[in-house]
Design a protein around this ligand. Structure first.
Ligand code: RAT
Ligand code: ZN
Length: 444
């Protein structure tokens, strides 16, 4: 039996150690194993363009992460460097541009800038006073991607990486049709079937499904036969990918039940195709709600934004589909409190992560504190959403620090109340938050 804590410094020490030792399941990333290929070197691209292979890693990818692209266009606006001209530049030139304007000519204070520096530091690379990018780059060219994945996972304590496998991305879909077995054979990575247009734009989805040989109709009405075909599509792809859950992101105007006429068919697809298939297979449905795509489309992925969503729609979904399990995250800070309260009402609703624009230390602290106060440890505090392998290093390091800070405060409150808190208690909590809750929800 571990001994009972009697002071805050002892708690601090123990939380820091246990967090460091805790393996993490990262439940949502955009990372891939080497079998998905690496991009054509230095072909530029970016935005929403396809650059070939899907595994992104290394310094130039870190520097051209879409969060940093958005930031560099604030200081060198499109009137000085046109969007198209930036996208046509080779990758290294894009990275040089970002480095010069955000790291050399300005202090890299933003979270996305700081993230690059944390990655370098954790890899043991120091930035000299000359801020010499070429020297740092050289180190990365010597890495072997496959071994480098192991190294990054070890340093970030990530034990399992969950992918986003978008069946509506032609590049990725082609790879799955060619050799699914090798794509799913890397035990470090788990698959997730991503299906945004089925709910967000059923007309587009239906057009594609029809072209792929599933008779789902013209995207307006859905007959019983169409629904059966839609279900067949989902079963085929869940089998092909052996996905551990199904996911989509959707805009803030999504409502359940649907209000807009154009959303009616998507709702039928949700009720009659997606949810029955997932209930039958006992797989969760992850909904990431609140993204507004292409607010400035010329910026590519960097041009997406957010809006306040409707939490009561999530509650109605949980009531209507008690046999389904929902992973829910929302993008607007304004939604977080209502979402926490809603999660208190439903055992089939698991809230997760501080998504995208919320993945900043100040907001992680605020949201984690609120979640612990309203839900205890029955939630998943974070996912990384990494697009570049190396980002696992900084995203988890920064999140771990903030989550640890909140935990220490909460344990200190228990000490005040003379609760006999032990190291074993903290260990169990940390295990639940970073791994156990996710695993249990999958098999529930
Ligand atoms: O976090 C991001 O990088 C976003 O661009 C999106 O990928 C978002 O997380 C999503 O999965 O839709
Ligand atoms: Zn994502």
């Amino acid at each position: 039996m571990s001994k009972v804590f009697s002071s805050r410094p002892a708690i601090e020490k123990s939380v820091a150690k246990l967090l460091r030792d805790q393996p993490i399941i990262d439940m949502h990333t955009h990372l891939y194993p080497p079998s998905f290929g690496t991009p054509v070197p230095n072909c530029g691209g970016g935005g929403k363009t396809d650059r070939g292979g899907l595994l992104l890693w290394g310094l130039d990818e870190l520097l051209t992460y879409h969060y940093l692209v958005a930031e560099v266009f604030r200081v060198v606006p499109a009137t000085e460097l046109a969007y198209e001209a930036f996208w046509k530049m080779p990758k290294t030139a894009q990275a040089d541009h970002v480095w010069k304007h955000l790291f050399v000519e300005r202090t890299p204070l933003s979270e996305a800038c700081r993230g690059v520096l944390t990655c370098l530091e954790l890899l043991g690379l120091d930035v000299d006073r000359k801020k010499d990018l070429a020297r740092l780059r050289k180190w990365f060219t010597r890495q072997d991607p496959d071994k480098y994945i192991d190294r990054v996972m070890e340093l970030s304590h990530v034990e399992s990486i969950t992918m986003t496998n978008n069946v509506f991305d032609d590049n990725e879909r082609g790879r799955w049709l060619k050799d699914a077995a090798s794509l799913r054979s890397d035990s470090r990575f788990k698959t997730v079937l991503r299906i945004d247009p089925i709910l967000g734009n059923w007309q587009t989805a239906a057009g594609k499904l029809s072209a792929w040989g599933y008779a789902v109709g013209d995207g307006r009405a859905l007959s019983a036969a169409n629904i059966e075909e839609g279900q067949r599509f989902l079963h085929d792809w869940l089998d092909r990918q052996q996905a551990i859950y199904t996911a989509l992101s959707i805009g803030p105007s999504w409502r359940y039940p649907a209000e807009a006429d154009h959303a009616q068919a998507g709702q039928i697809a949700l009720e009659k195709m997606i949810l029955p298939v997932l209930a039958q297979r006992k797989l969760p449905f992850a909904m990431m709600i609140g993204s507004v795509r292409g607010v400035n489309a010329a910026l590519g992925d960097a041009g997406d934004s957010l809006g306040k969503a409707d939490v009561s729609s999530v509650a109605r979904l949980c009531v209507a589909f008690p046999q389904n399990k929902f992973f829910i995250t929302m993008l607007a800070r304004e939604n977080q409190h209502e979402l926490c309260v809603t999660a208190r009402k439903f055992g089939n609703l698991m809230i997760f992560g501080c998504w995208w624009f919320l993945n900043n230390p100040s907001l992680i602290e605020e949201i984690t504190r609120m979640r612990l106060e309203l839900l205890g440890t029955s939630m998943i505090p974070q996912h990384s959403d990494s697009r570049v392998l190396d980002q696992l290093l900084y995203k988890w390091e920064h999140s771990r620090t903030m989550i640890g800070k909140v935990l220490v405060d909460k344990y200190a409150d228990l000490l005040e109340a003379e609760w006999p808190l032990t190291e074993g208690d903290i260990k169990a909590d940390v295990e639940r938050l970073f791994k156990g809750n996710f695993e249990e929800f999958l098999v529930r």
